[in-house]
Write a protein that binds this ligand. Structure first.
Ligand SMILES: [Cu+2]
Ligand SMILES: [Zn+2]
Length: 190
């Protein structure tokens, strides 16, 4: 026959076990506040088909927005449309699996400096005679959180120039390279 003390100990143990197995039980917004803000993202750019176009795009949070730095090789000299597309899915042979330009606000296609533009409209890369392009500008529309978040979306480089006028793509031609925007390892160190 159990004593009162034994019953109390068993009840207390079961309560403790229940608390441990239930986990945090924190509301979601509390969990989010405890996560460090994302500072850096990266996309490794792979060729589509036999284009040979490849490189990296780094995204870094700055006071005035997100700085985008791209270094791309294997391009035909001249301008090439450079966009963030809706899906981070480069599985299709022609990269059409990335969908259209990332456009959460249902706006018109435009130049990166236009008020009326897709969030994904980053303009053009400009490749020199050596087939490489360097791009560095800070964008105020893209984000690492909320409706404009680019994390997990696609980066596409096109065969031709984005004219900033033709709808909805800028008439930039086929897709010659594709990458997926992921959280950079260095992001956790900042
Ligand atoms: Cu595009
Ligand atoms: Zn667009």
């Amino acid at each position: 026959m159990k004593t009162i003390n034994q019953v109390i100990i068993i009840t207390a143990s079961l309560t403790l076990l229940a608390l441990l197995t239930a986990g945090c039980g924190c509301p979601d917004n509390m969990k989010k506040q405890n996560e460090p803000a994302l500072k850096e993202a990266v996309a490794v750019i792979h060729p589509v088909g036999g284009s040979g176009v490849h490189g990296t795009v780094h995204f870094t949070k700055k006071d005035g927005g997100i700085e985008v730095v791209a270094d791309i090789m294997g391009l035909a000299p001249g301008k090439h449309g450079f966009h963030i597309h809706e899906y981070g899915d480069c599985t299709a042979a022609d990269a059409t699996s990335t969908g259209g330009h990332f456009n959460p606000d249902m706006k018109q296609h435009g130049a990166p400096t236009d008020m009326d533009r897709h969030v994904g409209d980053l303009g053009n890369l400009d490749a020199g005679a050596d087939s490489t392009a360097h791009y560095d500008r800070t964008d105020t529309q893209i984000s690492f959180s909320g409706a404009h978040s680019i994390i997990g979306r696609g980066v596409i480089i096109h065969s031709g120039e984005d004219d900033f006028v033709s709808q909805p793509t800028g008439n930039a031609g086929s897709r010659v390279a594709c990458g997926v925007i992921g959280i950079a390892k260095s992001s956790s160190n900042m």
